[in-house]
Design a protein around this ligand. Structure first.
Ligand code: AMP
Length: 277
């Protein structure tokens, strides 16, 4: 991989990079399309990164479909598919970790300790291997994109981090490889997460900005659905610091993480509040 990209870079080619964990869907493919539009060559990686899963999380059963993924990427005309394995990425004696402080402990980081250390470490490694000009991330994993953007700035990595819109199913459910875990009954009701975000965003933009009241409403709406077993978080956050907002103004991240049955799903919407004159 490193030899291949060195050759490309010597020829002055730009490289667009899409890191993934595979089980590809239209969300992933939208990033590939964008990378293709904006770069000479497109590299996609598939690596189910053990370092970003907690000991009781779904690493062993995470969906894997390299054959199907390869076909989808060929159809999108991606140029290079990189599929490293765990011993290659983490040979015996591998000790280094990348930790992007503060913003890694909030939201999903609070409920998945160490998760974003695993993410930042693997993405830093992939960046050094692939040497992309631009790398593409989905807004669906907003915290991840913010953390990677911060890592790139803090460590002077000469890479543009491009955040792309969330691709959704017809009922609003954000596409995710983990949606495959949902039973039919759970899948039917899982649009509730996006609906609650959207309704709250609409209330915000119509001028209702009592954050305590809105947060309560959002929680109630989500929990009305009996298939929702728990909410990790659902509320209003600063899109840069990821701190919970008590005053709703400027750019606001509405974000939710909840379990439908045993499946943990996340989603978010960004809202910009207009300044009152
Ligand atoms: P994953 O394979 O889940 O690690 O995701 C790889 C990349 O695809 C990440 O940048 C995700 O944010 C992005 N992604 C996943 N789902 C979606 C989606 N529904 N829409 C847009 N991007 C997505």
């Amino acid at each position: 991989m490193q030899d291949t990209v060195s050759g490309l870079l010597l020829c002055g080619k730009t490289i667009g990079f899409v890191p993934t964990m595979g089980a590809l869907h239209e969300g992933h493919l939208s990033l590939v399309k964008r990378a293709r539009q904006e770069n000479d060559k497109t590299v996609v990686s598939i690596f189910v990164n053990p370092l970003q899963f907690g000991p009781d999380e779904d690493f062993p059963r995470y969906p894997r479909d390299v054959e199907g993924d390869t076909e989808k990427l060929a159809k999108e005309a991606a140029d290079i598919l990189f599929i490293p394995d765990a011993p290659l990425m983490y040979p015996e004696g591998f000790l280094t970790r990348i930790e992007v402080g503060k913003i890694s402990d909030k939201l999903c980081g609070f409920f998945r300790p160490g998760h974003f250390i695993g993410v930042a470490t693997v993405v830093a490694k992939l960046f050094h291997i692939v040497k992309p000009t631009r790398s593409y991330f989905g807004q669906k994993d907003f915290q991840q994109a913010v953390i990677i953007g911060k890592m790139v700035r803090d460590l002077n990595m000469d890479i543009d981090v491009v955040i792309c819109p969330t691709i959704r199913e017809k009922d609003g459910l954000a596409m995710s490889s983990r949606n495959a875990y949902l039973t039919q009954a759970e899948r039917k009701v899982s649009g509730v997460l996006y609906r609650s975000l959207k309704e709250t965003a609409d209330l915000l933009t119509s001028g209702i900005i009592n954050s305590i009241h809105l947060k309560e409403m959002m929680h109630e709406k989500i929990l009305q659905e009996p298939a929702v077993s728990s909410i990790d978080y659902a509320g209003f956050y600063d899109p840069e610091t990821l701190k919970e907002l008590s005053m709703i103004q400027g750019d606001v991240l509405l974000a939710v993480a909840a379990k439908i049955g045993n499946t943990r799903l996340i989603d978010n919407i960004l809202v910009t509040m207009r300044k009152e004159r």
